[in-house]
Design a protein around this ligand. Structure first.
Ligand code: GDP
Length: 596
C-alpha cells in the first residue's frame, strides 16, 4: 500500500530485468530482490522477470500496475513466452512429436510433496537388470502404461519460480498437493497463483486420505471457493484422492497426469535446436562440475558443446537418473552432465552451440555485461535501511538458508533446528534446498539478513565473492551435530547481544580554534592511552559528560591521522559538538561486542 493510501500508477512491459524494475519504481534492486524472495522467486539483478511477477512486487511497494500497451501486438505475446517455448514455436509443426510431460509438485509445507515424490519413484521407476542405483539428480522419470513422465524432485515454490524467473518455466503440469486433514493453506493459494501466472495446468492430489480426520468434502469446498471446482462436482479441476504414505491412488494420479498431458500441447522436435533448463548443479571433488539438465527441445549427445549462463564446456559424460552412463538424451529427459567449466545456476537455460570458439565468445560477452553491472555503485543506504527495519522488528529471529547435498540430510537438519528455537527467538529457515551454495543463496541472505549454512556442499566462487562484498557469512559443515551446535551458539549470541565499552585514552583540551566551515577544533594533549579516529568520545567537564558521540576528525600538526598516543598533541573535532572549554577532558572509548 502507498503510505498515504494513494497508489501510483505505472505500466510495465511483459518482461523486464530486476534492475529495470528497480529503476522504474525507484527502489533499490536489493529491496526488489528481497520482495521477490519473500514471494518465493530467486532472482538476481540481471534476471528477467515476467510481468506477473513484477506486478506482485510493484503492488507490494504501493503501485497500481498495468501491462504496457505495445505497438507491435505480436511482440508482447512473445515476451511472455519462455525462450524454449519460442524455440519450439519456431520448429516446423510437422517435426514436433509428443514428449513426456514434466511435472512439478507444489503445495503447503508438510502436505506430503516429498513423500509423494518418493512414493512415485519407488513404485514406478523402472530399473533395468544392471540395477542402477537411484541417483538424486533433481528429477526422475517413471513409466506408466508404457509412457514416460518426468518429475522434478525438488518440491516447492522456490525451484519452480526460480525457473519462471528466468523465463524457463520448467514444468508442463503442476501437481498441487493438498492434505485432506489440513485443507487449503497459504502456500496452497500461492502455488495456485504461480501455476496460473505460468499458465501451467494443475491437478490436485488430495493427500493423506488415510488419516482419520481427513475431510475430502471440506477440501473440495475450499478448492471450489478459490476457483478450482473439482471434477467430481462437474468442474474442470481433476482432484485425485491419494495416500502418499500408503502408496494408494498413485496410479490414478499418473493416469490423470497423462490425461492432462494429452490435452496440452506438450511436444518437441527431437532433431531440432537443443535447449533446456538447469535443474541443479554442483561441484564434485572428483568429477568436477556436475549439472542436471532437463532437455526441452532437441537431443543432447555426449561431445556436444553447451553454453549456460557464463559457463560452457564440451559434455564429457552424461548419466540418467538411475546413474547409468548414456550417450544420448531426448526431450524431457533429466540428465546429469560432466564437462562444464563452472557451476551454472538452477533455472538457467542451456543451449548447444557449434564450436568451442562460439561458446567462449558468448560467455565472454555475458561476463562483460556482469562485470560492468558489478562496477555500478550499489545503493548502500537502502541496504542499511533494510537492516534497520529488521533490527527494529519486535520478533527476533535467526534467519537461515540451508543447502545440503541430499534431501535426506535437509530433513534432520530442519527438525533439529526447529527444536532449538526458544522464547522470543525463533529460527526461520527461509530456504532449504539441495545443491551447492550459489550466488542466489547469498543474494537471498543479503536481502533478508540471513546466514548461509551448507552441509556436505561447497560454495561456488561467484557465491564466495558475493558473500565477501555483501558481508554474508557462509558456514559449511560435514557433521550435522556440529552444525546444530554452532547455530545454537549463534542463537545464544543473539539472546545476549552484549556490548562492552572500553575506554582507550584521555586527552585534555588546552586550546580551542574556531575554524570557519569546520567549527571548533579542540587542541588537546593526550594524557594516557590513545585517541582513535574511528572511536567514540565523551567530553567530560568535572564529573559531567557534556557530550557523547563520534570523533569527526583527528589531526596531528597538519596531518589527518588515525591515532594519537600518550604525550602527543592533536586537534580533534566531534560530530555535532562545538562547545569545548579549556580544561575539558576528552575520554575516548570503543564499543565491542562480547563474544559468548
Ligand atoms: P512436504 O513438506 O510437503 O514435502 O511434506 P512431507 O512429504 O515431508 O510430509 C510431511 C509429513 O506428512 C510427513 O511426516 C509424512 O510422513 C506425512 N505424510 C505424507 N503423506 C502422508 C499420507 O498420505 N498420509 C499420512 N498419514 N501422512 C502422510
Amino acid at each position: 500500500m502507498g503510505e498515504n493510501g494513494q497508489n501510483k500508477s505505472i505500466e510495465l512491459p511483459p518482461t523486464l530485468s530486476v534492475r529495470e524494475l528497480a529503476d522504474t519504481i525507484q527502489a533499490s534492486p536489493i529491496e526488489i530482490i528481497k520482495t521477490l524472495m519473500a514471494n518465493g522467486v530467486m532472482a538476481n539483478i540481471n534476471q528477467q522477470i515476467d510481468f506477473d511477477t513484477a506486478a506482485i512486487v510493484a503492488a507490494e511497494m504501493g503501485f497500481d500496475v498495468t501491462l504496457e500497451t505495445q505497438e507491435a501486438a505480436g511482440e508482447d505475446e512473445l515476451g511472455e513466452i519462455p525462450l524454449w517455448r519460442r524455440v519450439i514455436a519456431d520448429e516446423n509443426p510437422d517435426d514436433l512429436v509428443y514428449r513426456p510431460p514434466i511435472v512439478t509438485m507444489l503445495g503447503h509445507v508438510d502436505h506430503g510433496k516429498t513423500t509423494l515424490l518418493d512414493a512415485i519413484r519407488h513404485t514406478n521407476v523402472v530399473e533395468d537388470e544392471a540395477g542402477g542405483i537411484t541417483q538424486h539428480i533433481g528429477a526422475y522419470q517413471v513409466e506408466h502404461n508404457n509412457r514416460s513422465i518426468t518429475f522434478l524432485d525438488t518440491p516447492g515454490h522456490a525451484a519452480f519460480t526460480a525457473m519462471r524467473a528466468r523465463g524457463a518455466q520448467g514444468a508442463d503440469i503442476v501437481v498441487l498437493v493438498v492434505a485432506a486433514d489440513d485443507g487449503v493453506m497459504p502456500q496452497t493459494r500461492e502455488a495456485i497463483a504461480h501455476a496460473k501466472a505460468a499458465q501451467v495446468p494443475l491437478i490436485v492430489a488430495l493427500n493423506k486420505i488415510d488419516k482419520p480426520n481427513a475431510d475430502p468434502e471440506r477440501v473440495n469446498q475450499q478448492l471450489a471457493e478459490i476457483g478450482l471446482v473439482p471434477d467430481e462436482w462437474d468442474g474442470d479441476t481433476i482432484v485425485v484422492p491419494i495416500s502418499a504414505k500408503r502408496q494408494e491412488g498413485l496410479e490414478d494420479l499418473l493416469e490423470a497426469i497423462l490425461l492432462i498431458a494429452d490435452n496440452s500441447d506438450i511436444r518437441a522436435n527431437p532433431n531440432g535446436r537443443v535447449i533446456g533448463t538447469v535443474i541443479e548443479a554442483k561441484k564434485d571433488r572428483s568429477r568436477g562440475v556436475l549439472a542436471t539438465l532437463l532437455i526441452q527441445n532437441g537431443t543432447l549427445n555426449v561431445g556436444n558443446i553447451i553454453v549456460v549462463g557464463t559457463a560452457h564446456g564440451r559434455l564429457r559424460a552424461m548419466f540418467d537418473h538411475l546413474g547409468h552412463q548414456v550417450e544420448v538424451a531426448e526431450p524431457s529427459a533429466p540428465i546429469a552432465v560432466m564437462g562444464l567449466n563452472d557451476v551454472p545456476v538452477a533455472g538457467d537455460l542451456f543451449q548447444v552451440v557449434e564450436s568451442d570458439k562460439q561458446a567462449r565468445a558468448i560467455t565472454r560477452e555475458r561476463k562483460n555485461i556482469l562485470r560492468s553491472d558489478a562496477e555500478k555503485p550499489r545503493n548502500a543506504v537502502t541496504l542499511e535501511q533494510l537492516f534497520d527495519k529488521f533490527k527494529a522488528g519486535e520478533v527476533r529471529e535467526l534467519r537461515l538458508i540451508i543447502k545440503a547435498d541430499v534431501q535426506g540430510s535437509l530433513e534432520p537438519i530442519k527438525s533439529s533446528l526447529a527444536d532449538l528455537g526458544s522464547g522470543d527467538i525463533s529460527i526461520n529457515v527461509l530456504h532449504a534446498e539441495t545443491g551447492n551454495i550459489g550466488k542466489n543463496d547469498v543474494m537471498l541472505a543479503a536481502a533478508s539478513k540471513a546466514i548461509v549454512v551448507g552441509f556436505n556442499v561447497e560454495a561456488d566462487s561467484a557465491a564466495e565473492s558475493l558473500a565477501d562484498t555483501e558481508g554474508i557469512s557462509i558456514r559449511i559443515y560435514n557433521i550435522i551435530y556440529r552444525l546444530i551446535e554452532d547455530i545454537e551458539m549463534a542463537l545464544k549470541g543473539m539472546l545476549e547481544p552484549e556490548t562492552k565499552e572500553s575506554v582507550i585514552g584521555h586527552a585534555e583540551v588546552r586550546a580551542i580554534f574556531k575554524i570557519s566551515r569546520i567549527g571548533n577544533v579542540a587542541g588537546c594533549y593526550v594524557q594516557d592511552g590513545e585517541l582513535l579516529r574511528n572511536a567514540r568520545a565523551r567530553v567530560m567537564r568535572g564529573e559531567e559528560a557534556q557530550f557523547d558521540g563520534e570523533v569527526a576528525s583527528l589531526k596531528h600538526i597538519q596531518d589527518d591521522v588515525t591515532e594519537v598516543r600518550t604525550g602527543f598533541e592533536c586537534g580533534i573535532t566531534l560530530k555535532g559538538f562545538n562547545d569545548f572549554e579549556t580544561g575539558d577532558i576528552i575520554e575516548c572509548y570503543i564499543v565491542e561486542e562480547v563474544p559468548i
